[in-house]
Design a protein around this ligand. Structure first.
Ligand code: URA
Length: 257
């Protein structure tokens, strides 16, 4: 897929999202929030669902949690328009309640199609609901800061997923801010790892990708002819090199994330 084709495909998905009536969340929305970012990026951040400000603007992570996300990105020299940011559900759950399983299921095809188009090397999960989509059964207190192969059924056919707390967790519990900063600082290494795994599984290919964001010295990414089951060739769970997971109490941290 060329960069133009990728952009057009993402725009088409966004148009469908804006007209979606697949679940009751559409009844109360002001705006659906398809997601946004660079169509040629290798890194996709996936949050939970739009909040009040996102519903007003139709854009992801533009409220207080978005401010935290922007600051975290800046700690590694990245900007939000260099990555792609989306959510598990594209319409705001009333009162910012958790999205229900039926709502997540109804919306899942949109995220899967976005990932098929973007074909990222790295999916960064933000919070519990995103974590369950990419690391089913994992608990945020233990999983944050770890890297794991993505099931290609998610739409990301040869990606690793890296777990983080939800940025809103840092607003609720200030002490998590340091943990999240440590976790974010490991994201460029996670991307390096994910790229290496894609390259190892496939010959270099042809089309263009967004260059590494500022401050990240990486070799040109290899586009690939992928093996049939890339996930089979990867270890089950890989802690990001050099950055041990901060020891948290799962019981306490499950409330946040
Ligand atoms: N929280 C999310 O999970 N997503 C947004 O877009 C905003 C806040």
């Amino acid at each position: 897929m060329t960069p133009d084709e990728r952009k057009q495909a993402l725009d088409e998905i966004a148009t469908e999202v804006r007209g979606c009536t697949r679940c009751p969340l559409h009844l109360q929305r002001n705006n659906a929030v398809p997601g946004e970012g660079h169509p040629d990026t290798e890194v996709v951040f996936v949050g939970e669902g739009p909040g009040y400000n996102e519903d007003r603007e139709g854009r992801p992570f533009v409220g207080a949690a978005g401010g935290v996300l922007n600051e975290l990105l800046s700690t590694v020299g990245w900007k939000r328009d260099e990555v792609f940011i989306t959510n598990v559900v594209k319409c705001r759950p009333p009162g910012n309640r958790d999205p229900e399983p039926a709502e997540i299921s109804a919306c899942a095809p949109f995220l899967r199609r976005q990932l098929e188009v973007l074909d990222p090397a790295l999916v960064v999960t933000l919070g519990r609901h995103s974590l369950q989509t990419f690391m089913p059964g994992a608990r945020i207190g233990g999983a944050h800061g770890t890297l794991q192969p993505v099931d290609p059924q998610t739409g990301a056919r040869a990606a690793m997923t890296y777990a983080m707390y939800h940025p809103a967790a840092a607003l609720r519990q200030g002490s998590l801010r340091e943990t999240m900063t440590v976790d974010m600082c490991a994201v460029p290494d996670a991307l390096t790892d994910a790229r290496a795994r894609r390259s190892a599984g496939a010959p270099a290919a042809t089309d263009d990708r967004l260059p590494a964001p500022a401050g990240v010295e990486l070799p040109e990414p290899a586009r690939e002819e992928l093996p049939d089951s890339p996930a089979d060739e990867l270890p089950d769970l890989v802690a990001v090199a050099g950055l041990a997971t901060v020891a948290d109490s799962d019981d306490q941290m499950e409330l946040f994330g």
